[in-house]
Design a protein around this ligand. Sequence first.
Ligand code: GUN
Length: 294
Amino acid sequence: MVLLDGKKIAEDIKIELRQALAQIQDAGEKVPHLATILVGDMAASQTYVRNKMKACEEVGIKASLFHFPATITAEELVQKVEKLNQNPEIDGFFVQLPLPAHLNAEMITLAIDPRKDVDGFHPENLGKMMLDLPCFLPATPFGITEILRRYNIETSGKNCVVIGRSHIVGMPMGLLMSRNHPQGNCTVTVAHSRTKNLKEVTRNADILIVAIGKADFVTADMVKEGAVIIDVGINRVQTTDGKSKIKGDVHFESVAPKCAYISPVPGGVGSTTVIALLMNTFRAAKGKKELTTS
Ligand code: GUN
């Protein structure tokens, strides 16, 4: 079994980005600038945002945080988005999700200029992804394709099962794995809460990508011998000593011995998700929106 070391991949890409950014600076060009909109005080969102901003600093991307109270109205938030759309200093930005219940994430996302939508959540970017046109790919699926690429994992002709149909992970992931591309050409099944006989479906997977948000959901009996397992889950669970820890959607201890490759949690997909956002920001600044890094 090979551990898919997302942290190592993220470090490698950081070195590549740092070099590219140093060249930009040496040429006297503008340093890329990523802005974050954070609404409210959700602890998990604050942690994610902190990690993204720290990663920016590490590679030399300028990062700004616009933090608003949970009481902000939709109209006020759209105004803030429009200000960032118009600000030439900002190359890309994103609104950290989830938003408080009174704010509609789709409506806010629609207000973002697609050329600055480094999360790749705007319908224009999602539509372009569907058509295989240059666009910003959503960070988590983009990061996963980088893991597959950098580990030289053959995907062509394989059965790929994605568990979860969210707009930010499961659906785009299924689309990317089915496209005609070096990290694609799979026969894809997107399974979800209404899927019948899930175990039969997952046991047929050469590549199993799990993004369901339930700790230890995938057990060894659901996995084909020699499969590639990508665990997208980030679940905080209580431990017996009253503390908590992060667990993935896959029961690592039982599944790992059965498979050819597996991404751990933490240290797997989470690390590449952050770096994919940085890659998109770099491209936004360069005005060069490519589907992949290759
Ligand atoms: N919340 C969880 N994942 C994401 C992400 O990739 N982008 C944003 N904006 N919010 C998130």
